[in-house]
Every structure is written in C-alpha cells, then in structure tokens.
Ligand binder design. Structure first.
Ligand code: ADP
Ligand code: MG
Length: 151
C-alpha cells in the first residue's frame, strides 16, 4: 500500500484538491478524514460537496452525526466525534453500501464498522495557511484515483 503526500498553502487549495478528487469518485465510495480540530477536515469536505454540485452550505455535522446532501451523487457527511468510547452502530452499512459518497470525520472512532476498501486521508497542520495532506488508498480503485490526482 502506498502513501501519497501533498501540501496545500491555502484553504482554497485544499478545496480545489478535493474537487479534483471527487470527479473520479463513484457512488458507494467511502473516504475517511483524520486530523486535529481545525486541521481542515470540514474544509476538504466542502470541496467534495462543491465537486458534486452541492450548493447548500456545508456545516459541520458534529451534533447530528450524519448530514445528507443531494448532488450529482448524494453526499453523506459524518462526524462521529461524539461516538468516541461508544460502539454504537447507527446503521453505518446503509450509508457505506448506499449510492452516495460517504465522508467520515474522526473515522478512527468507528474503525470496526468501516468498509475494507476506502480512501483514508490524514490532514496535518503545518502552519496557519499550510496543511500536509496524506492519502492512503485501500484497494485498486482508490489507488488509481489517488494516483490520477496527486501521483
Ligand atoms: P476540522 O473540520 O478539521 O476541525 P475545519 O475545516 O473546520 O477543520 O477548519 C480548518 C480551518 O483552517 C478553516 O478555518 C480554514 O479556512 C483554515 N485553513 C487555513 N489554511 C488551510 C488549508 N491549507 N487547508 C485547509 N484549511 C485551511
Ligand atoms: Mg470538522
């Protein structure tokens, strides 16, 4: 398994990167986002949303856990931070096996429920405007997608 790293120097660059990525995604794809608070997980997801033609403002779903948006492909945006230390299954499979693209923030808290094939993304704070973004594709489809975007 390979790791692909890129650096962005503005929030808009992170959004543009996510937009390029989403153009290669398919219904049913699952992306996970790890990174500290303020790293840029929701910003990255905004790029996923605009890439899917979603015009509604994307806000952090921390208090709802899952938010659904209608786009060219539906977007399921999860923030499972509140599920830390709980092994509650809130019907993840229906989303992961559904027809949308699922983006999971704080995915480490629901590791047992994640599908095997997925794209793991880690965002690291470098300085105020810069972030290191690391892609860890699992499976041939995601490997191909990531190579096309940053390879
Ligand atoms: P998280 O969801 O990881 O808690 P957010 O996306 O909500 O983080 O917040 C990231 C903040 O950092 C935003 O205010 C965003 O504008 C800012 N930012 C600055 N530079 C970048 C960058 N290169 N990539 C992503 N976000 C950045
Ligand atoms: Mg967030």
């Amino acid at each position: 398994m390979s790791t692909y790293k890129v650096e962005t120097n503005t929030a808009d660059e992170t959004i543009a990167l996510a937009e390029r990525l989403v153009s290669l995604l398919q219904p049913g794809d699952v992306l996970t986002l790890e990174g500290d608070l303020g790293a840029g997980k929701t910003t990255f997801t905004k790029g996923i949303a605009t890439g899917l033609g979603i015009k509604r403002t994307l806000s952090s779903p921390t208090f709802t856990i899952i938010k659904e948006y209608e786009g060219t492909i539906p977007l399921y945006h999860m923030d499972v931070y509140r599920l830390e230390n709980s092994d509650e299954d809130i019907g993840f499979d229906e989303y992961f096996n559904g027809n949308g693209i699922t983006v999971v923030e704080w995915a480490q808290f629901i590791e047992d429920y994640l599908p095997e094939e997925r794209l793991d993304i880690t965002i690291k704070y470098l300085d105020e405007q810069s972030r290191g973004i690391e892609f860890n594709p699992i499976g041939a489809h995601f490997e191909k997608v990531v190579k096309a975007v940053v390879g």
